[in-house]
Design a protein around this ligand. Structure first.
Ligand SMILES: Cc1cc2nc3c(=O)[nH]c(=O)nc-3n(C[C@H](O)[C@H](O)[C@H](O)COP(=O)(O)O)c2cc1C
Length: 370
């Protein structure tokens, strides 16, 4: 039945389908797949499994409980801006069915941080949660002081979060990605930590980066951010690149591309970051791999390349409510076929992206033959 409903929703415009999905999850109208336990610890937090729902799906913290029920070990809500803002004119989300991809230029449509705080307050009062909740923060499009925006959102929302993600990599807010570089990066991160201190909250802070940084830029950004005591990096956001392989009619739309065409690029960035952090002796820095993960072997490749955690968004929107369960059962099968009993044993075993991909593919063949 859920397959039929998912197919019907796919026939609707992408943003309408997204709205229906958020409303259904909020109302508890979604399947509840069997739990897949693959426990992992990261930055002092304990996750039931390593797979999180990436930012952008639950932009206003309206359906995180429903998302946990789909099997995610973590849900990252946001991006949340200080003031409410409408985002870009519609249409602003496009499916690329022939490429298993999406292009979006939502532009941080957000109901603002006060609304999000109201949505998150019951979870805080309960004191219990089915999973780890991350809050992804950003800046308003028309803000005169984007650094101050990060201070305000961190101060307002830190008390409701298990971790914060500082989103410096959306391609749809002019000037935002410039904050990934040196002086602006340092000022932004200092503002976030000041916001947390002013809220009297201490929690892990991750930085989300773009796949369009060169390797050299990535390493420099990792160095600068590590120097400001961040706990890890989310790699990656959507890309502004348009690979020649794209076939769908919507491929020329402006915005960030996600899904299958991003898989290898995100994996390469992650592998590069893992090697660089290792070489720099920064082995306690967390790495969260995201971008085009749609099955267990792609998830496994990310772990082999050095990820502590993984996330997905596009495969949920294209494949429906069993997407998380599908990835997790596949990941578990890969671990078993490799004779491993925990994710920690697999983490960083193969730090070269191509080799990790090939190994995961090989292991998957063994797992599926069993
Ligand atoms: C429609 C859409 C909206 C998104 N909005 C956000 C956002 O608000 N903040 C953010 O950090 N990332 C956002 N992302 C990026 C995702 O969190 C993720 O980094 C990216 O899509 C790659 O993962 P995927 O291929 O599994 O989707 C969005 C992605 C999509 C497809």
């Amino acid at each position: 039945m859920w397959g039929t409903i998912a197919n019907l929703v796919q026939a609707l415009p992408a943003e309408t389908a997204h709205k229906i999905a958020v409303k259904s999850l909020r109302a508890g109208l979604a399947p509840v797949p069997d739990t897949v336990l693959l426990p992992v610890s990261c930055s002092g937090l304990s996750f039931d499994n390593p797979l999180g729902l990436a930012a952008g799906f639950d932009k206003n913290a309206e359906c995180y409980d429903g998302a946990f029920r789909l099997g995610f070990g973590a849900v990252e809500v946001g991006t949340i801006t200080p003031q409410p803002q409408p985002g870009n004119p519609r249409p602003r989300v496009f499916r690329l069915p022939d490429d298993k991809a999406v292009i979006n230029r939502y532009g941080f449509n957000s109901k603002g941080m006060s609304y999000a705080a109201g949505q998150l307050a019951p979870r805080k009062q309960d004191g219990r949660s089915p999973g780890i909740l991350g809050v992804n923060i950003g800046a308003n499009k028309l803000s005169q002081d984007k650094v101050q925006d990060y201070y305000s959102t961190a101060k307002k929302l830190a008390e409701y979060a298990d971790y914060l993600t500082v989103n410096l990599s959306s391609p749809n807010t002019p000037g935002l990605r410039d904050l990934q570089h040196e002086d602006a990066l340092v000022r932004t991160l200092d503002a976030v930590f000041q916001g947390c201190r002013d809220a009297r909250v201490s929690l892990p802070v991750f930085v989300k980066l773009a796949p369009d940084l060169s390797e050299e830029e990535l390493c420099r950004t990792l160095d600068w951010a590590s120097g400001r005591a961040v706990n890890g990096f989310v790699l990656t956001n959507t890309t502004i690149a348009r690979p020649d392989s794209l076939k769908s009619t919507a491929k020329g739309e402006a915005g960030g591309l996600s899904g299958a065409p991003l898989t290898h690029k995100s994996l390469s960035m992650l592998a590069c970051a893992a090697r660089h952090l290792d070489d720099s002796g920064l082995t306690d820095m967390a790495l969260i791999g995201v971008g085009g993960i749609a099955n267990g072997r792609q998830a496994y490749a990310r772990i082999l390349a050095g990820a502590d955690l993984i996330q997905l968004y596009t495969s949920l929107s294209l494949n429906g409510p069993y997407a998380a369960h599908h990835v997790l059962t596949g990941l578990r099968a890969c671990l078993t076929a490799d004779g491993l009993t925990s994710l920690a044993e697999a983490k960083g075993q193969i730090k070269k992206a191509d080799a990790a991909e090939a190994h995961a593919e090989h292991v998957w063949k063994i797992a599926s033959a069993q």
